[in-house]
Design a protein around this ligand. Structure first.
Ligand SMILES: Nc1ncnc2c1ncn2[C@@H]1O[C@H](COP(=O)(O)OP(=O)(O)OP(=O)(O)O)[C@@H](O)[C@H]1O
Ligand SMILES: [Mg+2]
Length: 236
């Protein structure tokens, strides 16, 4: 492949704790993702899919360390990057949709504020422009009468609508890499299919939100080729 990978994970290990109580939960996993590609991380529960994904954004708790590995993104090894650099790429070049949708949205903030905040953090836009962009995004992710939803709070939305808002937030700054960690677990089957279709469109669409992390095999068939890496498996 001629194009350099967007993200290149090399021999990544993740360990929790120190000394004798240390538990190495990921052991030397390697994979890369090129622009426009969808890659699924597949493995049994507890095999380290979520902690590997969180490593890419450096969102693991301080009890976690990386005894081995490099994560190359944008010419930098993320594992060596400082907080300042991470803040500039989180929610901008790399977005993540978490496993538990209910805990992702802030119950005290309106939809306009939640989606608008991430845009304003990375773009120099005024209130009116941000509002237009939020309405645009909400419409794009399939929320009807988006303008009327701006003042709603998360509890006033259905589970499917909430997940659409989360996706709108993740897509807000047209990320190069979109990480989705079981984005449909909490939804019923019909809505799951719609959300997966939406993510597929986001990945194909305008070349943004390119790569997703889908642990379930069903997601794999919907979204692209799976990558199974024996070297990353935990010893059991
Ligand atoms: N904060 C933490 N402290 C200690 N151990 C942790 C922590 N977070 C995760 N682990 C451990 O790391 C291992 C990998 O967890 P992870 O959440 O990545 O699994 P997963 O592959 O995403 O599983 P699932 O399919 O159930 O979501 C597990 O053994 C888990 O107990
Ligand atoms: Mg997980």
């Amino acid at each position: 492949m001629s194009e350099a990978p967007l993200v290149d994970v090399k021999s990544l290990s993740v360990e929790f704790g120190e000394g004798e109580s240390a538990a190495r939960v990921v052991k030397g996993v390697s994979f890369n993702i090129t622009k426009g590609e969808t890659v699924a991380l597949v493995g049994e529960s507890g095999s380290g899919k979520t902690v590997s994904a969180l490593s890419i954004l450096k969102l693991l708790p301080s009890s976690a360390s990386h005894p081995t590995g490099e994560i190359w993104f944008d010419g930098k090894d993320i594992l060596k990057a400082d907080d300042r650099f991470m803040r500039t790429i989180r929610g901008d070049k790399i977005s993540i949709i978490f496993q538990e949708p209910m805990t992702t949205l802030n119950p005290l903030h309106t939809i306009e504020k939640q989606v608008g905040e991430i845009i304003k953090l990375h773009r120099n836009l005024g209130d009116a422009e941000t509002r237009t962009r939020v309405i645009d995004l909400l419409t794009k992710v399939g929320i009807r009468d988006a303008e009327k939803r701006l003042d709603s709070y998360p509890h006033q939305l259905s589970g499917g609508q909430r997940q659409r808002v989360i996706i709108a937030t993740a897509l807000a700054n047209e990320p190069d890499l979109l990480i989705a960690d079981e984005p449909t677990t909490a939804l019923d089957v019909t809505i799951q299919a719609q959300i997966l279709e939406l993510l597929k469109l986001a990945a194909e669409g305008d070349g943004h939100g390119d790569a997703a992390h889908h642990p379930r095999s069903r997601h794999r068939t919907a979204h692209g080729r799976p990558r199974l890496r024996d070297e990353g498996r935990r010893d059991r």
